[in-house]
Design a protein around this ligand. Structure first.
Ligand SMILES: [Zn+2]
Length: 1019
């Protein structure tokens, strides 16, 4: 029976665990969380490591059919055919790795699993990893061979001679950081050639308008960091980003966006020879299952000033992720002394991820096949699909001139994007390979064989920024949706949802709660009402967690007959369908799964790990333990409507959520404590990490820990605060209900519009009752806005008033959906008696009729909202509408933009009727000094009692600030330039025949990196 064979193989492999552990770099070989999953850690450079998981398909979906966690749709295969037809995949977690792990993920993802035995898979995995980390693979393979031999002879595995290898202890010392000062250290490690190239590239960057470059050495890592910073306002001015995007992604226009590249020890050269370009040192065919990649690691963050200190730059790479709150906190303590405060923004993680994992491959596709970025990305998708093992046979490899459908697809993707960019943005240079596209062929300088690597990377980052909302934050695939949201999100794939919500990637909900508690309150309330009305859409599919817990001494088995057990369960234990029961009978262990609970337990056959022998026992009480291992939360998307109990679970979970204001207070408390106590020490982190690993290995301990009452948030251990990771609500919320944090995260992160609470009267719409909470909304991305403006220009060319303003009312339970998927015809619930389109009214009272009040809002809400309507801007072309009286029915989505949201709170019981009435009669007045938008006299919005609604103009046109004066000269680059100059002089002296070559086209070093690079004017 192949299944059994598989389990036997796993057991055999696991017997080698000790031998592997002693090898000092392959450790912790064990079964994964799931059956059919093998995990191990591959250590390199001392403390660094990657965590590898091998998954064999179908191994657990057949046991656990009752539950539907995120992965069940990934695994449709079965182990019945093991090893001949079984499939699966291999992936790694590199959160404990550094730049040297570049390429490891790809190499591991390409491990062939189909038609392989577990030994074969394991072997190819080892070979690939050893290759990447330049570690000898022989000792490991020898251990493995011993195991295979032993398994063939069915004998006991003897531990053979195991060679142990000292890990490279020179890299072991990670204790830099605090003691590193900002002065430039010894630069002798850089070769002349590298320095020359680097300076050439930097000068070229400057000539392309990227003014701020910097260079930091990192002697301890035998590498260096090159960074570019761009004033974010400049991206806004050049039309690449909009103000709204900046707001939504927490990019302050006054700040700088940094792209950091860590090289080590070699710089990356992109060579061009006989019209063929390639990356030096990289396999020319990047599709090869394993391809070496030069080492470079990226980070994308923001900072207050254009320059960067060595400590800050290096600090970015010491942190595990580019989007970590503790960095922000840590840097807060330095505010007094340091020049730069680096902080991640909404897209930091996603951008760093695609750069680190894909950029080199994408670039090599571009070079090899003559594609643009969009085409290269599509080619990457086609060739590295998740099944990934077999290369696509219809795809040509190597020959750029071979025509195929896929290649044509890539070309058309390029063409599409080009049209798109040209229509909407002034970013024509984003796809260019060379620094000066107009002049690329006739360049006469001696560097014309090279392409500028940092420039290419920088342009790629800017392109991804400009097009961010089109792509999934996790898998980076293009999302094809009708609604174009302002904030990017994850695609529908279960894997992306899982990663986003479980690994805590992307936006920080803590920051949202600290800075926008009112908005969070509203989002939670809207989700709550939608769920209570069975209308939560989008729904938190795939949000939840895998519960694993062991309850020893859970009870006794009294009787077994066939597949039915009579049991007595201890009062504190709750048994659920899907749990495992483990017991020992006559010296043998048995494990069964609970299929149904009635007077008797219906159980599965014994699982194959344990001897398969049906037993029945009489007159004995056999103690058993319960192993809980099942999915808690909401299942992945399934066919058919979301079921009532799943909606109910949302309501029940949110019932337990504390008021947002309380969470904000708790976070502020943490910030203060963290600020006082934060002494970020690398050593502490390392120690703690080790102890955490020990815990993970010891499942029993772990599960016991989980069963213990959770720490009260106020009683957190000091070390927890010390690590600066205290800015999290997770532990607080987990102690209440472990579904709370993922659900809250989903509610906040799945909101794809930018919502701003209006506090200042100058920003508020005048004529609206003071009982309403006002929010400014940006729902759609700049492209939708662009289409709106285009329609407006076309249809109102001869009109003085360009826009109409009207209300849209909809029941409260619909707004969760509207904020996420936009207004569309599906939202029309009141019939179409006045034609096809989005229904509006000029009098708010009319819309209020449709925004029927709902009772039973979220109990934790500060205000208890019970009513919601929006004020939309509509292209002033009433002659084209389906209807104008009594309703304004707009047939084209592109003619409507949602601008304001008015949320009415319910009055508390303590408020008297007269108070309520007086609130109802007060209105926001027109503020002094504010210009209001002119209205079409025939179609003016009002409250229904002739009181006009006035929309402030202020936010419409923001003044473009001037570029600040910078005198930023990077000392690192200066030093490099000096060295280069000295070297050139030496050479010249030696030759004594040639005039000195002035590499930097200038006399004063201080000016070189500011403006003296060859500019277009000088040509
Ligand atoms: Zn995705």
């Amino acid at each position: 029976m192949p299944r059994k064979e598989f389990q036997q193989d796993v057991s055999k492999l696991l017997k080698l665990q000790q031998a592997f552990d002693e090898s000092s770099y392959l450790r912790g070989l064990a079964r994964g969380d799931e059956d059919g999953m093998l995990v191990f850690r591959f250590h390199y450079a001392g403390r660094r490591r990657v965590d590898v998981s091998l998954v064999f398909n179908g191994t657990f979906s057949s046991h656990l059919t009752q539950i539907t966690p995120w992965w069940t749709d990934l695994f449709s295969g079965d182990l019945h055919t093991y090893p001949d037809g079984c499939s699966g995949f291999c992936f790694l977690d590199d959160s404990h790795a550094d730049f040297r792990a570049a390429g490891a993920a790809e190499a591991v993802a390409n491990v062939p699993i189909s038609r392989q035995s577990i030994f074969q898979c394991f072997e190819s995995c080892i070979i690939r990893l050893c290759d990447i980390f330049k570690t000898p693979s022989d000792p490991l393979l020898r251990i493995l061979a011993k195991g295979t031999e032993a398994s063939n002879s069915e004998g006991q595995v003897e531990r053979g001679e195991v060679e142990t290898f000292e890990s490279d202890s020179s890299d072991d010392d990670c204790n830099y950081g605090s003691d590193l000062d900002d002065s430039i250290s010894d630069l002798s490690g850089i070769s002349d050639r590298m320095r020359e190239l680097l300076l050439r590239d930097v000068n070229e960057l400057i000539s392309c308008g990227y003014k701020h470059q910097g260079y930091l050495t990192w002697p301890a890592e035998n590498g260096f960091i090159l960074y570019s910073s761009i004033w974010i306002q400049e991206l806004v001015n050049s039309g690449i980003l909009t103000q709204d995007q900046c707001l939504a992604w927490n990019l302050e226009p006054s700040k700088y966006m940094f792209m950091l590249m860590k090289f080590g020890p070699e710089y990356i050269e992109v060579l061009r020879k006989d019209n063929i370009s390639y990356i030096r040192g990289m396999d020319t065919n990047p599709t090869a299952a394993y391809h070496p990649q030069p080492l470079v690691e990226f980070r994308v963050v923001t900072g207050d000033v254009p320059s960067l200190s060595a400590t800050d730059g290096i600090g970015m790479f010491q942190a595990n992720t580019a989007n970590n709150d503790h960095l922000r906190l840590q840097n807060k303590t330095r505010q007094e002394t340091r020049r730069t405060i680096l902080s991640p923004f909404f897209l930091s993680w996603s951008l760093a991820d695609i750069l680190n994992r894909r950029f080199l491959v994408l670039l090599s596709y571009r070079l090899q096949f003559g594609l643009n970025w969009a085409g290269a990305e599509l080619m990457y998708e086609r060739r590295n699909a998740i099944s990934g093992n077999q290369p696509d046979p219809c795809f040509p490899s190597g020959d750029p001139h071979t025509r195929s459908t896929d290649w044509d697809l890539c070309r058309s993707a390029d063409a599409q994007e080009l049209t798109f960019i040209q229509q909407h943005r002034h970013a024509d240079q984003l796809n260019s390979l060379s620094a000066d596209p107009a002049d690329s062929t006739s360049k006469s300088n001696r560097f014309h064989h090279y392409l500028n690597f940092p420039l290419l990377a920088l342009r790629y980052v800017i392109r991804r920024l400009a097009l961010a909302s089109r792509f999934c934050l996790v898998c980076h695939r293009q999302i094809n949706k009708e609604f174009e949201p302002l904030k990017p999100f994850v695609c529908d794939s279960a894997l992306c949802t899982y990663q986003y919500f479980h690994l805590g990637l992307g936006a920080s909900i803590e920051q949202e709660i600290i800075h926008h508690p009112g908005v969070v309150d509203m989002l939670v309330s809207l989700a709550y009402v939608a769920a209570a009305n069975q209308k939560l859409d989008p729904f938190p599919h795939g949000v939840g967690y895998m519960k694993f817990a062991v309850h020893p001494n859970a009870g006794q088995i009294l009787l077994r007959e066939g597949n039915f057990l009579s049991v007595q369960v201890e009062p504190f234990v709750r048994l659920a369908v899907g749990d495992m029961i483990e017991y020992c009978y006559q010296g043998q262990n048995f494990r069964v799964k609970v299929l149904a609970i009635d007077d008797y337990l219906e159980i599965s056959d014994e699982l194959p790990i344990i001897n398969k022998r049906s037993v029945s026992f009489q007159d004995q009480q056999i103690p058993f333990k319960i192993i809980e291992n099942h999915w808690l939360g909401w299942p992945i998307r399934q066919a058919g409507a979301v079921r009532a109990h799943e909606h109910k679970l949302v309501v029940q979970t949110l019932d337990q959520l504390p008021p947002i204001k309380d969470l904000q207070n708790a976070l502020n408390q943490q910030l203060v404590t963290g600020f006082m106590q934060s002494k970020w020490s690398h050593q502490t982190e390392a120690q703690e990490e080790d102890s955490m690993n020990a815990n993970v290995l010891d499942r029993e301990t772990e599960s016991k820990r989980q069963k213990m009452p959770q720490d009260c948030p106020t009683k957190q251990s000091p070390s927890y605060v010390d690590r600066g990771k205290s800015l999290t609500l997770r532990s607080t919320l987990d102690s209440i209900n472990r579904l709370l944090y993922p659900l809250l995260r989903w509610i906040i992160c799945s909101n794809r519009s930018h919502v701003k609470e209006l506090v200042d009267d100058k920003e508020k719409v005048a004529g609206v009752g003071v009982g309403y909470w006002q929010f400014k909304m940006v729902m759609s991305n700049p492209d939708k806005e662009e289409r709106f403006l285009k329609e407006q220009r076309a249809l109102t060319a001869r009109k003085h008033v360009k826009s109409l303003w009207a209300f849209h009312g909809s029941p409260l339970y619909n707004w969760h959906s509207i904020l996420r998927t936009g207004l569309n015809f599906n939202q029309i619930v009141h019939g179409r008696s006045y034609g096809h389109g989005i229904y509006h009214a000029f009098e708010s009272v009319t819309s209020l009729g449709y925004a029927s009040r709902s009772s039973g809002g979220w109990p934790g809400s500060k205000t208890g909202i019970n009513l919601c309507l929006s004020l939309n801007e509509i292209v002033n072309c009433p002659e084209n509408f389906s209807c104008t009286t009594p309703y304004l029915v707009v047939p084209n989505i592109d003619w409507v933009q949602t601008r304001f949201l008015f949320v009415r709170r319910s009055y508390s019981a303590s408020e008297t009727a007269s108070q309520t009435e007086s609130l109802d009669q007060q209105f926001t007045c027109e503020a002094d000094g504010v210009t209001y938008v002119p209205m079409n006299v025939n179609y003016t919005p009002s409250d229904g009692y002739q009181r006009p609604i006035r929309v402030p103009l202020s936010s419409a046109i923001a003044p473009v600030p001037e570029s600040p004066e910078h005198n930023f000269v990077d000392p690192g680059l200066l030093q490099l330039a000096k060295e280069e100059e000295a070297r050139t002089r030496r050479n010249v002296k030696r030759q004594r025949s040639v005039e000195p070559v002035d590499v930097l086209h200038g006399e004063d070093d201080m000016v070189n990196f500011n403006a003296r690079a060859p500019s277009k004017r000088e040509k």
